[in-house]
Each structure stands twice: as C-alpha cells, then as structure tokens.
Design a protein around this ligand. Sequence first.
Ligand code: SAM
Length: 231
Amino acid sequence: MKSGSTFERSKKVWEENLKLFPNTKLNYPSESLVRLFSSRYVPVPVPPARVMDHGFGHGNNLLFASSKGYECAGCEISKNLIKEVSELFRGFGKDADLRPVKGIDIPFEDDRFDLVISWDVIHYNGTKEAVGHVIAELYRVLRPGGVLLLSTVNPESSIFDRMEHLGGGAYKIVEESPYDNRKGLTFFVPDSQEDLSKMFSMFTEVRLGKLYHDLFNHEKRHSAYLVYGVK
Ligand SMILES: C[S@@+](CC[C@H](N)C(=O)[O-])C[C@H]1O[C@@H](n2cnc3c(N)ncnc32)[C@H](O)[C@@H]1O
C-alpha cells in the first residue's frame, strides 16, 4: 500500500537533507532512548533481542543498540541514508539488515522483532489513515509480547510555528527555515494524547509519556508524545 505524493515528497526531502544541511547530522543516540534502554522506566527486551529501527535516519540510535549487543535491523525511505548507515556499520565491523521502505508498508515479515523503535517518524505519513496503517505495520512485525518504543512530534514543538493547520490533525509546513528543507511536508498529529492512545488500541498494554526540550535555541524547541506498547 502506498500513500502516493506524501511519500514521494517526504522521500525527496530526506534524500537531500544531509547534503543541504550536513550540520544537522546526529552522531549520538537520543538521550531518552538511552535512558529507556536501561529498563529503569519500562521493561525493554535485553540483548541479544532483535531490534528494528523504523526510519533510522543517520543510524545513531541503531548503532547504539548494536553496541549494546542487540541484533539490528531497520528501514528507511531514503536510499542515501541506507547507504550512509550501511557504511557506518561496516566501519565498526557490525551487521544490520537495512531495507528500503517503498510506501507505508514495513518491509519485514510478521512477528519478527522483540523490540521496534520508531523515533520521530510516523507523523511524516501525513494523514490519520496512513499513520494508522503504519502503526498496524509496526504491530505486525513485533512478536507477541514484543515492545514498541515510539515518539511522535506534538504541536508544542517550534516547527508548528511555521505550519498551517489543515484540520483533522493534519499540518502543513508553509514557511522555510534556516535549519531544514521540510517546507511542503504534511504531518499528522492526533489532537490529544487520548486520541493518540486510541490509535494503539490493538496493543495489549499501552503507556504514554512526553518529551520536551528547549535547548536555548527556541526555534529548535522539540516536544513529542511517547508511546510504549506491548503486543
Ligand atoms: C526526524 S528524522 C528521525 C530519524 C531518527 N529516527 C532519529 O530519531 O534520529 C525522520 C526520519 O524518518 C524517515 N522517514 C520519513 N518517512 C518515513 C517512512 N514512511 N518510513 C520510514 N522512514 C521514514 C526519514 O527519512 C528520516 O530519516
């Protein structure tokens, strides 16, 4: 299943992003994920569990998982990022099964992973229908009892200052920024944490969290809903 032009626009943005904005490259894992991997907050499968990073970007989180001893896989819409992260893993003498996403289906078989990470990705699918489909896909590739760790942007983030609300949870980026090339992309963000939770109702257990940071540069203020799900 494909979500047509949303997918094509997003793919183009992410293929070009690194070339246009090399200093946005993330070399370190998300501090929140590092904390979550400690299992002090929620139970998380331990190495050598199989982990899949959906939309792994520069591979910063996946490489961290690999360094902890997890068996790593991931998928991305950007071929450039797949190439970059394959080389990164090779450079560290590590393996990862990295596959391209060609729409909103996830290119792995059912019940395969102990842990799925989707960090700052699902909203790029643009509509409630497409995001709902991706959530069902994240569920499908988890084994029964497997864990999902997910973050998705929420409207407290500064990026929403340059977005137009199209209604029904859809927001379009209408202004340029010196920090990225995302103008024209559409996000889907549920109106509340409660609405978000409903989208994960197929999971046997769902816990919600929230992230917020404002690291002095207010134009890069970031806030996200967090979802912990057990299949
Ligand atoms: C904001 S970045 C986050 C990257 C990484 N997860 C992190 O936390 O550093 C969003 C990433 O999602 C990828 N992406 C966007 N839409 C996607 C989709 N439909 N399926 C898989 N990856 C997607 C982009 O190529 C980009 O690397």
